[in-house]
Design a protein around this ligand. Structure first.
Ligand code: FUC
Length: 816
């Protein structure tokens, strides 16, 4: 048990009310009779990804324009502080440290709103109501897309949309070719440090690397156990747009990215400096040269002139900032910087512990993963622990208060043309990145998402006006760092209009977990603006008079239309209905918290009650479209019509059992037909099955993810690498252990039968609660709830419900 939660619990363990559940005795007997191995206290240093060989620097060159990862990059290990990132190869003779800075975006602000869109909308709706899908689709394709090339079909590096790009590489060439022994490489998740060690020519070498948030530096320490053994030549490169020169005691790489319009875009700078013990260091041309040192410390920092501020987006003093980071870093000892890095990192990481097995980790991570992939009995509880904590590690390392949100690859990208531009997809991906934030006790890491929303309000308001003549703001399925809010360049995927509603659900989620009223007050206008948009966009169905949306799509699925055409464009897809219901509910809840009681609130309440709502088809499945259309791809990766089950809460197994059953049927059907085949898709299934209370199916989806969509460095694979699968998996595992999306806090709601014994500490529940759970032989034996702000926790375990009033700052042992 660790962190704040531990301290509070140990102090206040006995404060709880003595209310006993009738099944206590039965549980005790089961526990005593249970023959299962019980959990003992395992060393937390078990939380490492480790390998007996390096990621090889020389094997494959990074491809510039291919939507495929360099395989060796998927062996390298990620470190980061939210802004600065690196992938460490750990190769012996040449070390490659691939670098990232979160604002390395090509492109520039652009006007993409299409003035012909609005006029055609009424006509498209009419065609759809008349069943003329073919004509409606053709007209939508012509008129409802953005102006210009949009995302460049996901390859927008040289378009105004731009692309998130690599910062380049730091190379350390040891100019050796001899063999080596005793190789070990590890990512220590407990301390956010990568270590490499090996023996070469009779010398034991060590490298230690980390990226500090307090000091905004990557620090690399190289040591050897024989004096004068460290010699290397170092340089900084980038596939394009760079110049590296030695300037006094620094190596400086700088350049200007393309603005996507044939001109100059963002400017960046990377600075590298070193301190040596004995031997010599010189800075010459584009190299830093170390000769015969006992020890070397490298300090690297980088920045761009980007700021998330519409409409100009520039102004950060990146040259002086980077100069200052190096100066302050070099004034401190290595141990000082490391100590403050670890202290600051642990503050977040140690809040949650998960233990499913007591066995020590004696198998390298790649071998462990491959054994799991090949075995027919899918069970490796330590692998689950690793994947779980890796999601938390990656979020702390890629999203910090004041940084950009984690993009499709977090902050780790090694190409100039990153797949899908490494952007922010709002039709599931960027939201999935943050599903874990609250429940896995990393609420602060959620904050960058709200800054992004804030920044797209203005461009989104322009898009809302031009495309829909609507108030408020809108965003379609993709956005970038330049305020792109228009539909995509192809209406088939680009006419997802629910992005804003889905994004803003995170505002109430952050509030529900934190009960931070100031936050809600500050961000309420974003929620209101989104609500205003959908209030204007909805129209009455000419037959039923219910409120429906359209033209739009159910991301990105196709159906066979009544006129025989294959279409995506329709009116009232279930997804729109569900995200809008959720948004309106969030708006109503937020208004209540803030004491807002006006005519607009009444209008929203009325509109919510007039929504079409979920529909069930003849075969009992929840419908994806407003009519019972046959889907073209029955195992489609998106399960957008089940949004209401997860991450939404309109559908719940207890509150709306009929709809939950229909959702289950839809989910089972999708899975039976090959659904969940991308990383993020199988991660979503974990969450969905968890909400259905089906632990074994949730575990099955997790096993599919581990078997098919995880690379040796445990990066999630679409493929290519997409970080949403990592974040979605951690969220899903959390949902298996704790849920709070209704007024109940459900303990172990979807525990798989194979997870017999375990302990989780520090998970968060809505209402400002923090929960510790221990189970044995599949039965809960211990539960503690800490309350941040005071309040009643309605706790549910199996069929028993108990309400406990907890004083702010107290921790209560739940009487079982
Ligand atoms: C959505 C998904 C794709 C991919 C892309 C980045 O559009 O449909 O599978 O994940 O985002």
């Amino acid at each position: 048990m660790q962190g704040h939660q531990l301290e509070v619990n140990t102090k206040k363990r006995n404060v709880g009310k003595t209310i006993f559940w009738s099944f206590t005795l039965i549980a005790m007997v089961t526990l005593l009779l249970g023959s299962c191995e019980s959990i003992t206290n395992k060393e937390i240093s078990n939380l490492k990804l480790w390998y007996n060989q390096p990621a090889k620097v020389s094997s494959v060159k990074t491809s510039k324009y291919v939507k495929r990862n360099d395989p060796e990059w998927l062996e390298a290990l990620p470190i980061g502080n939210g802004a600065l990132g690196a992938m460490v190869y750990g190769d012996v003779n040449i070390e490659r440290i691939q670098l990232n800075e979160e604002t390395m975006w090509s492109g520039s602000p652009d006007d993409n709103d299409n003035p012909v869109a609005l006029e055609a909308q009424a006509k498209i709706r009419k065609l759809l109501f008349e069943g003329k899908y073919k004509e409606a689709t053709a007209l939508t394709r012509l008129t409802q897309v953005c102006k210009g090339v949009g995302t460049g079909h996901g390859k927008g590096a040289n378009a105004p949309f731009g692309c998130y790009q690599t910062l380049g590489d730091l190379w350390l060439d040891f100019e050796k070719e001899s063999t080596y022994q005793n190789y070990h490489r590890e990512l220590d998740m407990e301390n956010a440090v990568v270590r490499v060690s090996y023996t070469q020519e009779g010398v034991n070498y060590k490298r230690e690397l980390f990226i500090s948030h307090p000091d905004q530096l990557m620090v690399v320490k190289l040591t050897a156990d024989k004096p004068g053994s460290i010699s290397f030549k170092s340089t900084l490169t980038r596939p394009e747009n760079f110049k590296t020169i030695a300037k006094k005691d620094q190596l400086v790489m700088q350049g200007t990215l393309s603005n996507g319009k044939g001109g100059k875009g963002l400017q960046y700078m990377t600075r590298l400096s070193a301190i040596n013990k004995n031997g010599t260091i010189s800075y010459k041309d584009s190299n830093l040269i170390v000769k015969n040192a006992d020890e070397v410390i490298l300090y690297l920092t980088a920045s761009t002139n980007y700021i998330l501020d519409h409409p100009n987006y520039v102004g950060r003093p990146y040259q002086s900032l980077t100069a200052e980071n190096i100066k302050l870093g070099k004034e401190q000892s290595y141990d000082q910087i490391l100590k403050s890095h670890i202290k600051e990192y642990k503050k977040y990481f140690n809040r949650v512990s998960l233990q499913l097995t007591s066995s020590l980790d004696t198998i390298p991570t790649d071998i462990r993963l491959n054994l799991f992939k090949e075995s027919s009995v899918k069970s490796d509880l330590h692998l689950v622990e690793l994947l779980y904590q890796y999601g938390r590690y990656l979020l702390i390392s890629s999203s910090r208060p004041g940084t950009m949100p984690a993009n499709l690859q977090g902050i780790w990208a090694n190409q100039i043309q990153t797949p899908w531009n490494g952007d922010y997809h709002t039709d599931v991906n960027v939201q999935m990145n943050y599903w874990l934030a609250e429940v896995a006790n990393l609420g602060e890491m959620h904050l960058p998402l709200f800054d992004l929303m804030e920044s797209i309000q203005k461009p989104g308001a322009k898009t809302a006006k031009i495309h829909y003549n609507a108030k408020g703001w809108v965003v379609h399925p993709v956005t970038n760092v330049w305020g792109f809010t228009s539909p995509g360049e192809k209406s088939d995927w680009g006419m997802h209009v629910g992005g804003g509603a889905w994004l803003t659900t995170h505002i109430m989620e952050h509030y529900d977990f934190s009960l931070d009223k100031e936050f809600l007050k500050e961000r309420f206008p974003i929620l209101k603006g989104s609500t205003e948009f959908y209030m204007d966009w909805l129209i009455p169905d000419p037959i039923t008079d219910k409120l429906i949306s359209g033209p739009s799509v159910s991301p990105e699925n196709k159906f066979i239309a009544p006129d025989g055409s294959i279409s995506k464009i329709c009116m009232a897809p279930a997804h729109d209905q569900q995200v809008i219901w959720q948004l309106f509910q969030n708006y109503i809840d937020a208004a209540k918290v803030l004491g807002i009681d006006d005519d607009f609130l009444i209008d929203v309440q009325k509109a919510q009650s007039q929504l079409q709502g979920p529909k069930i088809g003849k075969d009992g499945r929840l419908l994806e479209w407003n009519e019972e259309f046959e889907e073209v791809e029955k195992g489609h990766r998106h399960i957008s019509h089940l949004f209401a089950l997860h991450p939404g809460f309109q559908i719940d197994i207890v509150k709306t059992p009929k709809l939950a059953l229909a959702a289950k049927k839809s989910l089972d059907f999708r899975v039976k037909n090959g659904g969940g085949h991308t990383g993020w898709s199988s991660a979503w299934l974990i969450n969905q099955y968890a909400r259905l209370g089906e632990g074994d199916n949730a575990e099955k989806s997790l096993n599919i993810l581990l078997t098919k969509r995880i690379s040796n460095n445990l990066f999630g694979q679409h493929p290519p690498f997409q970080i949403d699968a990592n974040f979605g998996a951690t969220a899903g595992i959390s949902e298996m252990l704790l849920q709070s999306h209704t007024d109940e806090i459900r303990l172990l709601p979807a525990l798989p039968s194979q997870w017999k014994n375990g302990e989780v500490k520090g998970l968060c529940a809505r209402g400002g609660f923090v929960v510790d759970l221990k189970w044995e032989a599949g039965e809960l034996v211990n539960a503690h709830i800490y309350s941040k702000k005071g309040g009643v926790a309605k706790v549910k375990y199996k069929n028993k419900i108990i309400s406990i009033d907890i004083v702010a700052g107290d921790s209560v042992s739940v009487p079982l």
